[in-house]
Design a protein around this ligand. Sequence first.
Ligand SMILES: NC(=O)c1ccc[n+]([C@@H]2O[C@H](COP(=O)([O-])OP(=O)(O)OC[C@H]3O[C@@H](n4cnc5c(N)ncnc54)[C@H](OP(=O)(O)O)[C@@H]3O)[C@@H](O)[C@H]2O)c1
Length: 291
Amino acid sequence: MNKPRLLIIGARGFLATYAVQSSADRFDVIRGDRSSSAQPGTVQLDVADSSNVDRAFRQVRPNYVLLLAAMSDIDRCEAAPELAFATNARGAEHVANACVRANARLLFTSTAAVFDGKKHGYGEEDEVSPLSVYGNSKAWAENAVRSLLPSAVLLRFALVLGFAGKIGTNAMLDSVMQKWKAGQPVFFPIRETRNPIDADSLSKIMIGMLANDRVSGLYHVGATDSISRFELGKRLAARAGVSSDLVRPLDAAVPGRAPRGEDHFLFTDKIRKVCNLGVQTSDQMIERCFS
Ligand SMILES: NC(=O)c1ccc[n+]([C@@H]2O[C@H](COP(=O)([O-])OP(=O)(O)OC[C@H]3O[C@@H](n4cnc5c(N)ncnc54)[C@H](OP(=O)(O)O)[C@@H]3O)[C@@H](O)[C@H]2O)c1
């Protein structure tokens, strides 16, 4: 029997590396990314260009779509707001429109940065209050996706841990480990707390939710506990066998760094009712990155 066709958009990024693996059993996976490639199982797709998105959808005719393409670097978004909006906001709108026409089921990836981080703990019903261009672009995209495609799943998370195995993606651990291996210290903000999730667990959750047609709407996902980025750095170093001397606290504003919320703890009670997250605590998530 033919498997349903899943189009993963943003296929050369960090999370896509895991999502492609997690979905291979259940789906016929087509990898969409903006650079052209004649490889089998791939399609050229630039989310910022609606006619390009429509052409790719006509070619692939997906049943399911996982939208991972984004300008995910918060500082780059702040420096180039128009490009960030074209990619993260309009890009998501173009994909949602194409899903409507193709009758395809969509999972859209969003972020805790839609909140200002001024209180501890955000539920799905909380009003958005973004501080950054990135957070604003994602909040706009959420609205567009929800109104165009009520059956879509929207998944927010605060910080993903894992290795993409290559430099140039949004995988924090690749660049951190590269510096540590070169004996360079890495600075971690002490005032920013997050409930992280590891990329492997997250990709399995995304694929499970996408495949379950009874699930729709907005969900938060992450560990049950929150952790400061500095504490996270210390635990990652300990797990990687790196000296704690190479973990340094960052407490001052850095010029050019986009505004970030201090406390991005996302409540995860809602998602835990519809799927088994497998892992629970930040320490378990860290362990999964290395095991
Ligand atoms: N990683 C996290 O901690 C985190 C936290 C919260 C939310 N998220 C969200 O999770 C999703 C996946 O993020 P990630 O960490 O995997 O980021 P990533 O490694 O930066 O991957 C994003 C991919 O999107 C592609 N892309 C950018 N502009 C595009 C365009 N116009 N058309 C098509 N593709 C385009 C990029 O391609 P190029 O390689 O060509 O630039 C890149 O491969 C994003 O929606 C992100 O906002 C991530």
